[in-house]
Design a protein around this ligand. Structure first.
Ligand code: NAG
Ligand code: NAG
Ligand code: NAG
Ligand code: NAG
Ligand code: NAG
Length: 758
């Protein structure tokens, strides 16, 4: 029994902080020292080895046998999923699906079915997690993080799940169907690649085929990706390798030019950060430890005393910006203390209320109890503050730190783990966005024509009507979309072309188009060469085009006009092909935030940021765009820097990767510090760097070397590559400082030493 408990505890301990800075050993190193961590590690290793020696650990067919309980549950869950799919499909055939913005019914039903089917795999995974015996070897392996995930176990035991090709369900390859085993146009789960069997029960023939389709894509994807990510890493390293932190906290390149005035805006070392989002400290953890280990000297502090002590400590030199402390950190300490005081007050209030309930006699006991429960003593507070501050200062980036190489690696390595190429916006089936490796590549290459540019426009009036109105005024609308008829009438003496507009559609979508605006649009269309007098407006919805009187063959002129007329843009910006109104679903989830989120936003595809920002009704100051060069052209270099940071951040977040923001800041600064956007590629790096050897070691070796020879270029041998090439110590890390030694009084120089100096 004892041993079983030990095993459980191991699993809990190791999985609680898997791979991040809150693991057991990280905390030990942080709170005690490396010796304590090594001691603990040693003992755990001995214990584990002994335990494994006695019990063994293996994984066999027994472990993937589902058993009755799991089998019945799996059957139930899959049936439930299939039922909801059947319902969706029958609804679809009746085309009764409520249409969602920007998608037609087929896309919508596809998205919904995919959603349902993808859920099945998660659900069966949960079933596994709940129902499997805790000694199941697969479960132990996945939970303690040694190999595999719950999904992998679930695939072996319950259900392999939906197979996808290109992010979609299996495509139709055999005349309107995936395989000849199914009826045409069938979109049932089985016919589109859902594998309901597990690897244990075995796949049917069609399931097996779908599985190979999915598996093949995975292999191709990996093979293609490795080349891309490898080259990307190499370029990042070449672009950033010589950047290091200096004694004055700046980040400079090897010839001493400043890239950042303070690394990551706060000068902290990303490797030592404790918080999830790169905050330097986990105050709660430290506070808890102080309360537990530092004995309170009876008296607890009142809120005003706490504030006084805190303010006094925070006004000392090492908490000022000159002393190397960021204001953000100072504020976070203050906020933490504030919250503590608040919760302390709340507990006191509770005790007071209880007090009234219980009567007076208990109040003394409660008073002392409340003080002991929630109070913090003078000594504890001081130790806490002292600890916070000294720990903070120990986390600052050290001079000589190779922030460039570390940053490049931190961005390049996660690239190898990214999958899938295009994604859909959540809830908007028809809008594609590029993510993953291709997107990161676009960003660091500073590509001019990105695949899926889009603009998020925030509206000034936050209601549906104005959203639709602005939607209509931004999106390109062609005449053929709003016209019901466009035909040549051959009556009487002169043939003419009649255009009639669909007024109900125009009104429903708030397009604000009438025969008069169409007349103007046609006149402004260059290829048609029509003048105002050729177009008669009959009513608000009808106009007539008569050919130019001087033309010899009016009818053929009319035919030419008729072919070109549908393409006339009657409303909106020519570059915008798609524009969707999205409603923010996560309304004030946290409740307490003072800033109210806009409910309606406009997602505009296309790179015309200036046009969207200039549209009346759009809040220009809150409008964002994912096209970095476009942002640079419209808003300047600082906006472009910010854009690079957020775009990399968002892409990484979309893949569930958590990269310290300081690395992205450094990359963005390297790309923008010259005052223009330089990609981390051949042409950009050439303009960022002067060193001949560095450039020659990157690409176009012969060209760089011969140019340098012809032009008599000098290389100072400061950077990392140059030093490696010549075999001299490089000037980063411990090679950064130089020891100066006074030699004998120089004879050759006419030099008289300052007598005071000796
Ligand atoms: C577990 O499943 C994931 C997703 O299906 C897959 O990428 C991974 O290779 C699997 N792991 C193992 C160890 O097979
Ligand atoms: C989304 O991207 C895929 C793959 O690039 C493409 O086939 C599809 O047509 C795109 N869909 C839209 C709506 O742009
Ligand atoms: C936005 O405009 C597009 C094209 O004009 C239209 O299809 C869509 O329904 C509009 N969306 C809303 C919410 O009005
Ligand atoms: C990065 O992304 C996370 C999560 O989406 C967000 O909380 C954070 O503010 C972002 N950071 C920046 C600098 O945009
Ligand atoms: C460092 O930056 C300066 C200023 O942009 C640049 O001229 C120089 O070439 C860079 N040095 C190296 C070694 O790249």
């Amino acid at each position: 029994m004892f041993e079983e408990n030990v095993l459980i505890n191991f699993v809990i301990i190791f999985s609680s902080g898997n791979g991040n800075s809150n693991g057991l050993f990280s905390v030990l190193i942080r709170d005690y020292n490396t010796d304590a961590a090594a001691f603990c590690m040693n003992r755990l290793a001995k214990l584990s080895a002994r335990w494994i020696g006695n019990h063994g650990f293996s994984f066999g067919v027994n472990d993937v046998d589902p058993g009755d309980r799991i089998s019945t549950q799996k059957k139930l869950k899959i049936e439930q999923g299939y039922d909801s799919c059947t319902e969706l499909i029958s609804k679809y055939w009746k085309t009764k699906l409520a249409s969602q913005p920007g998608s037609d019914a087929a896309e919508l039903v596809e998205a919904e079915i995919t959603g349902v089917l993808n859920q099945i795999r998660d659900i069966t995974g949960d079933v596994c997690k709940k129902e499997l015996h805790w000694r199941n070897s697969g479960l132990i392996m996945s939970q303690c993080g040694s190999k595999g995930s719950v999904t992998n176990i679930s695939q072996m035991i319950t259900c392999v799940g939906q197979q996808s090709v290109g992010g979609k369900r299996a495509p139709n390859g055999f005349m309107d169907r995936t395989l000849p085993h199914f009826t045409r146009n069938s979109i049932t789960p089985e016919a589109k690649g859902f594998v309901a069997n597990s690897f244990y029960t075995g796949l049917t023939a069609t399931e097996f085929f779908f599985h190979t389709m999915g598996g093949r894509e995975g292999l191709v994807d990996t093979a293609v990706k490795t080349a891309d990510t490898g080259y990307m890493s190499r370029r990042l390293i070449k672009g950033l390798e010589d950047l290091s932190a200096y004694y004055d906290q700046t980040v400079r390149n090897s010839s001493g030019s400043i890239i950042q005035f303070r690394y990551g805006d706060d000068g902290m070392d990303p490797a030592k950060m404790e918080g999830k989002n790169g905050e330097p400290m986990d105050f709660n953890q430290l506070f808890g430890r102080i309360l537990a280990t530092c004995h309170s000297d009876s008296s607890t502090l009142s809120p005003s005393e706490i504030h006084k002590i805190t303010d006094k400590r925070l006004s000392r030199f090492d908490m000022t910006p000159e002393g190397g402390c960021s204001t953000a950190f100072r504020d976070s300490i203050l906020k933490f203390i504030e919250n503590k005081v608040e919760s302390l007050e709340k507990t006191r209030m509770l005790f007071k209320l209880d007090d009234e309930k219980f009567g007076v006699q208990k109040s003394d006991i409660l008073e002392s109890l409340s003080a002991r429960l929630s109070g913090i003593s003078d000594r504890q507070l001081k130790v806490f503050l002292e600890n916070c501050i000294s720990r903070y200062h120990s986390k600052r980036i050290e001079a000589g730190g190779t922030v460039g190489a570390v940053g490049a690696q931190s961005i390049g390595e996660p690239g190898t783990q990214m999958t899938l190429k295009t994604f859909h916006f959540a809830g908007v089936a028809s809008m594609n966005i590029t993510l993953g490796v291709p997107r990161i590549k676009e960003i660091i290459d500073a590509t001019k024509n990105i695949k899926t540019p889009y603009i998020t426009a925030v509206l000034e009036c936050d209601d549906e009507k104005s959203a639709m109105f602005i939607n209509a005024s931004i999106k390109k609308t062609l005449l053929c979309e709003v016209a019901t008829t466009m035909e040549i009438v051959l009556n009487s003496y002169q043939p003419h072309l009649v255009v009639e507009l669909d007024m109900s559609l125009i009104e429903n979508q708030y397009m604000g188009i009438s025969a008069f605006t169409v007349q103007e649009s046609i006149v402004n269309h260059r290829k048609l060469k029509l003048k105002k007098e050729h177009i008669q407006v009959h009513s608000a919805s009808k106009l007539m085009i008569s050919p130019r009187s001087d033309s010899k063959d009016p009818l053929s002129t009319l035919y030419t006009i008729q072919t070109k007329l549908p393409q006339v843009i009657v409303k909106g910006m020519p570059s915008v092909t798609k524009s969707v109104v999205i409603r923010d679903k996560e309304k004030d989830r946290r409740g307490g935030t003072n800033e109210e989120k806009p409910k309606y936003k406009l997602l505009v595809s296309g790179p015309d940021l200036l046009g969207v920002m200039g549209t009346p009704g759009v809040k220009a100051s809150a409008t964002t765009c994912n096209h970095i060069i476009g942002v640079y052209d419209v808003l300047g270099i600082e906006a472009a820097r910010k854009c690079i940071i957020t775009e990399i951040n968002d892409t990484m977040k979309a893949h569930g990767m958590n990269i310290d923001i300081r690395h992205m800041m450094l990359l963005a600064d390297v790309m923008t510090y010259k005052g223009e956007i330089l990609g981390i590629q051949r042409f950009g790096i050439r303009r960022m760097k002067d060193s001949v050897l560095l450039l020659a070691s990157f690409e176009n070796t012969v060209e760089h070397l011969s140019n340098a020879a012809i032009n008599g270029r000098i290389d100072e041998i400061n950077g990392v590559t140059e030093c490696v090439v010549l075999g001299v110590p490089m000037q980063v890390g411990t090679g950064m400082f130089k020891v100066m030694q006074r030699t004998e009084v120089p004879i050759s120089l006419n030099y008289s030493p300052d007598p005071q100096f000796f």
